[in-house]
Design a protein around this ligand. Structure first.
Ligand code: SF4
Ligand code: FES
Length: 312
C-alpha cells in the first residue's frame, strides 16, 4: 500500500516564515506584535495608541487558551481569551510571545503568564507542540493565518495524550521511553573495523536524512487512535527511529535484534493503519512507509527467523 495521502510540507523544505525584514517571525520581538485587548478603563494611552494602529495588512485574532495551574489542580481548569494583532507572517509562537508580554484577557483582566514550552523556535526541537483548534501542530511553524476560523477564536490546548504539567506544557517523557524500548540508539563502537566503509544502496543516506528529521514533537502520537493510555503501542515516531537506526552502517549490524523488539506487544503490529500520523507530522516524514517496511520485516522474521538461529 503506497502512501498516497497528501502530506503537509515540511517547514524545513519550505523555509521558515520571515517578516519583510527577513527576520524569522518566531523571533519577532514581542513589541512588534502586541496583544490588544478590549481595553479597560485603566488602559494606558500607549495601549490605546497600539489598538488604533492596526493597519490594513493586520487583523485582530482572538486566541482561546486552555489553562490549568498544575497536574492535580483540576479545579483550576479554565479557558481564557486574548486578542492579538496578526499579520501574514505571524505564528502561534509569536502570538504566545505577545500575550506573554501583556497577559491581559479580552475582558481586561491581567492574568498569570501562560506556561508553554519552546526551546529553539526553529522547528527542530518539537517542544512547542500543542493542539490548535483540536489538531496537533508545532507553535513555531504554524501561521495564525492558516488556522484562523473567521470570527471564531483559535483554540489552543495542551496535547491530550501526555501528562499535563501546566497550561500548555505536557510531559512527553514517554517518547524517549519508547526509543529505549526499541533500541533506537546507534552504538558508538560496533566492535568491527571499517564498518562505516560498507557500500550503501543508492539513496539510503538521503532516506536517512528524511527519517532523521523527527523532532520528537509527539504530533503523530497525539493524532494516532492506537496510541495512548489505553494501549502499549510505541507509536510511529519510535518505529520510524528504529528504521533510521537499521539503515545506519553500524546500527544495521543489530538489524535482527532491532526487528525482534518490534515484534512484541506494543510493536509495529499494533498500528491500526489509520495513517493520521503522516497527515500531521510537521516534518513531512514518510511515517507510513516506515511502518509498512518494518511491518514486512517483522513478518519475514516471524516466518524465516528460526532458520537463521538466534539474533545477536
Ligand atoms: S515523526 Fe513527525 S510528528 Fe512524530 S514526533 Fe517526529 S516530527 Fe513529530
Ligand atoms: S520551539 Fe517549536 S520546534 Fe522547537
Amino acid at each position: 500500500m503506497g502512501n498516497t495521502r497528501r502530506r503537509r510540507q515540511s517547514p524545513k523544505a519550505t523555509g521558515k516564515s520571515r517578516d519583510d525584514r527577513g527576520q524569522p517571525t518566531s523571533q519577532r520581538p514581542a513589541d512588534q506584535l502586541r496583544a490588544v485587548t478590549h481595553l479597560p478603563e485603566t488602559a494606558s494611552s500607549a495601549d490605546r495608541t497600539a489598538q488604533r494602529d492596526v493597519t490594513s495588512t493586520e487583523w485582530m485574532v482572538r486566541l482561546r487558551i486552555r489553562r490549568q495551574d498544575g497536574p492535580e489542580r483540576v479545579e483550576t481548569r479554565r479557558w481564557e481569551e486574548f486578542a492579538v494583532r496578526a499579520s501574514p507572517g505571524v505564528t502561534i509562537a509569536g502570538a504566545l510571545g505577545a500575550i506573554a508580554a501583556s497577559p491581559v484577557t479580552t475582558t481586561g483582566v491581567r492574568v498569570a503568564p501562560i506556561a508553554w514550552d519552546a526551546k529553539s523556535c526553529e522547528v527542530d526541537c518539537g517542544a512547542c507542540a500543542l493542539l490548535v483548534n483540536g489538531q496537533p501542530h508545532v507553535a513555531c511553524s504554524t501561521l495564525l493565518a492558516t488556522v484562523a476560523r473567521g470570527s471564531r477564536p483559535i483554540t489552543l490546548e495542551p496535547l491530550g495524550k501526555f501528562p499535563l504539567v501546566r497550561d500548555l506544557v505536557v510531559d512527553r517523557g514517554s517518547i524517549p521511553d519508547a526509543l529505549r524500548q526499541l533500541r533506537t540508539w546507534i552504538e558508538a563502537d560496533s566492535g568491527q573495523p571499517n564498518v562505516t566503509n560498507v557500500a550503501r544502496a543508492p539513496g539510503v543516506e538521503r532516506l536517512r536524512v528524511e527519517l532523521g528529521r523527527c523532532t520528537g514533537c509527539g504530533a503523530c502520537l497525539e493524532a494516532c487512535p492506537q496510541y495512548g493510555a489505553h494501549s502499549d503501542y510505541v507509536g510511529a515516531a519510535a518505529i520510524n527511529r528504529a528504521r533510521f537506526a537499521i539503515l545506519d552502517a553500524t546500527g544495521g549490524l543489530a538489524h535482527r535484534a532491532r526487528v525482534e523488539r518490534l515484534m512484541v506487544a506494543g510493536g509495529v503490529a499494533d498500528c491500526g493503519k489509520a495513517e493520521r500520523c503522516v497527515e500531521v507530522c510537521p516534518q513531512g516524514i514518510p511515517l507510513v512507509d516506515s511502518l509498512q517496511v518494518l511491518g514486512q520485516e517483522t513478518s519475514r522474521e516471524l516466518i524465516f527467523g528460526w532458520l537463521l538461529g538466534p539474533s545477536s
